[in-house]
Design a protein around this ligand. Sequence first.
Ligand code: HEC
Length: 167
Amino acid sequence: MRLGPILAAAAVATLAAACGKPQDSASSSPDAPAATAPAAPELSDADKQAILASYPAPYNTADLANGKSKFALCQSCHTIAPGGANMTGPNLHGIFGKKSASNPDFKYSDALKNAGWVWDASHLDQWLEKPMTYLPGTKMSFAGLKEAKDRADLIAYLMVETGHKAK
Ligand code: HEC
């Protein structure tokens, strides 16, 4: 058995405590505001939970696993990774805070081009309930998600996965 790694870890922990040396490890730093965590694709589940907790209700208590499973309904048309492809629908990375229909490489319907809102949780919630009723003329042919709880879980999942930071 080698003591090296244990001693090294202890030394790093001491250093970190002493001077706040930044680390990328999973060791939690209770003082760091969760919202500033970088939205890298490599976030651990603990990182994601911390980001989630920084969102306003009801998203702070959302079920990310359920959100992920609901995203399966979107995946045939949308990617969410940074720089992901546009498919039937546009890539959704960074969608929160963006003006509707602002992906320059995607051919939107006139309806969405003219909608002129900024995507936030509230617009997304109404959109996802029934896109074709919320915005007649949209070419997003998705029937909608009836359950408010499913929409909240999905929106929280999208916020975490698309790098949205709470204000
Ligand atoms: C059958 C394909 C399809 C499915 C399924 C689908 N979408 Fe879409 N989505 C589209 C299309 C097409 C557009 C562009 C709509 C337009 O131009 O009117 C779009 C647009 C959007 C936009 C607006 C993007 C922007 O740049 O303004 C969001 C947000 C969105 N979809 C989210 C979702 C989510 C979340 C789901 C899953 C619940 C989903 N979509 C399911 C095809 C789809």
